[in-house]
Ligand binder design. Sequence first.
Ligand SMILES: *Cc1c(COP(=O)(O)O)cnc(C)c1O
Length: 381
Amino acid sequence: MTDPRSAGAPIPFLDLAASHEEVAEEIALAWRQIVAASTFIGGEHVDRFEQEWATYCHSRHAVGVANGTDALLLALRALGVGPGDEVILPANTFVATAEAVVLAGAVPHFVDVDPDTLLMTAAHVEAGLTDRTAAVIAVHLYGQMCDMDALGRTCRRAGIALVEDAAQAHGATWQGRRAGSIGDVGCFSFYPGKNLGALGDAGAVVTQDAVLAERIRSLGDHGRRTGAKHLHDVVGTNSRLDAVQAAALRVKLRHLDGWNAVRRRAMQWYDEVLTGLDAELVRVSPHAESVHHIAAVLVPRREAVRAALAGMGVASGVHYPVPCHLQQAYAAYRIAPLPVCEQVADQLLSLPLFPTITYEQVVRVGRALEAALASGVRRAG
Ligand SMILES: *Cc1c(COP(=O)(O)O)cnc(C)c1O
């Protein structure tokens, strides 16, 4: 396989292997120790990672779980959200956000997003409130946090819970406050491709509320009463972070700020090289610091542009081509058209972005995109 960093090599959407070169030795050492001790569920690495992640997220408590979907589901269940309740969420998100609502027994109430940031705002929530609304899930999509001041005010006034889906926002801030620390509970995924990724599936919730944290820990550990191995107070499930993943996450967490800084710099390069092109970067609010999980741009004739890019050796993605309310699985929850979500779904294009991306790679993506947009115009004309 050609090294994606050599001149002229195809540019991958994500180069996970390159980031892992920096941490492989350290993770291997930690894993050898874990195998020697053979403590795989719980133990020192899990406890330490939970403390380190809570601190990183400006939160009092962190509870490791099996993945980001479970983080959302257990958070909703711990908040008492269930049958008869509605949960407001944006339709422009990964399907897992909606899945968690339905798995909790509640009804997802999909709302539209702001055309500049592509995030849900307090105005969208206000318009979606009913007397059954029990919670709101703010999705910090592409690495940028929602306006948590306005959403917090709306939820407090309505007396409903505010959950943060921070699966794409590890280390992002709103007015200097970290993702996950502002709502009642913050939910993270450590899927390998996220800004902080495990070497497999993993997730966590963070909260300032000790009672909520204990409830989530119990729900993810078969409903066990704290400290009582054989007493089960509620019907829980098995959703725990394991030692092997926690150890890898601890090593990688030390690199997260550095990796996020490279993503930010790469976005400044993209801003520069896309100037004058018919490719509009999703805007970031001056109150937010994005960690740029995804480099999303809006382009015309997206499928033709993607194909032309692929022909020039530039990989790309789409986040997301079908908004949740238009997915077949969620047809029963379709109540109104969501014009912004529906319009951008055909225009969204995610450009290569990863912590080892170079200026040369970004320039090549820019040139390829310019050529792809031009060839599309010729074909269309
Ligand atoms: C990745 C992701 C999830 C789900 O996380 P998993 O660990 O894959 O279960 C949920 N919400 C958003 C916005 C995500 O990007």
